[in-house]
Design a protein around this ligand. Structure first.
Ligand SMILES: [Zn+2]
Length: 67
């Protein structure tokens, strides 16, 4: 089961919770205040590192002479 990051806007607490894909729409209860916390998008979930400056070659114009 994947681990997801949650953030509680009520008490400003961050916590992690194992959740199944079917339960992702369900609000997670904050362990501190018990109110519903929102799911954070973690960098690991995006499948890569954020803010690395990784460019893919760029624009490569190859003008072949036609004729
Ligand atoms: Zn809370």
């Amino acid at each position: 089961m994947p681990l997801y990051d949650f953030h509680c806007a009520h008490c400003d607490k961050d916590f992690e919770e194992f959740k199944m894909l079917a339960d992702l729409d369900e609000p997670e209860a904050c362990p501190e205040c018990g109110k519903s916390a929102i799911r954070q998008i973690s960098a690991a979930a995006l499948g890569g590192s954020l803010g690395g400056g990784g460019f893919h070659g760029g624009e490569g114009h190859n003008c072949a002479p036609s004729g």
